[in-house]
Design a protein around this ligand. Sequence first.
Ligand SMILES: [Zn+2]
Length: 221
Amino acid sequence: MENSEIFIKPIISTPFQENAYITYLQANPNKSASAQPKNKECFVVDPGFEPELIIDYLRSSGLDLAAILVTHGHLDHIAGVSELRKAYPNCKVYIGKLDADKLTDAELNLSSQFGKPITTTPADVMLEHGDNLNIAGIEIEVLHVPGHSRGHVVYLIRSTPTFIVFGGDLIFRGGVGRTDFPDGNHSDLFKSIKSKILTLPPDTIIFTGHGANTTVRNESR
Ligand SMILES: [Zn+2]
């Protein structure tokens, strides 16, 4: 699969400047102006606050939501899960096994700390390291990367010429995720980055949970 076939639309939600990513195969990858879907299906990574922005985009593009892929269960990455599920009852929610309880527990997902407890419906699929998914015609590999959150996963697409990673809050452009949460761990974070991210090809594009995207080459420095 060529990554020019894969269209990724970021939707930034205001409260935490969190990036959700609507992802699908496009019909005419060579016409740069076009983002016509090849088939009707898409998936969304980390739907945060303002899920209506995501729903508006899906409706206006004629897309159906096959899956919600969650990198980790912090409030700003899951706040939109319930609304999307209501709008697309057939979509399935995927999350790392060790973060699944954060969906249904406002203490664990940190939302009660922010004075606005949020819970969602439980996950449909709990992921483990090395799981392979095929969603909306796109093959996705699951990497478990504890450190920011103990069940944090990233989603890797081995496309050509460059791989794509949805990295959540593991790594940012010029920085790394916080580890001062109850289940955060600084040495796990660096171990995860070193062994699972920096071993990917340098051109790999990392779509981060906050801020601009980056590459493995940028972050190796
Ligand atoms: Zn987080």
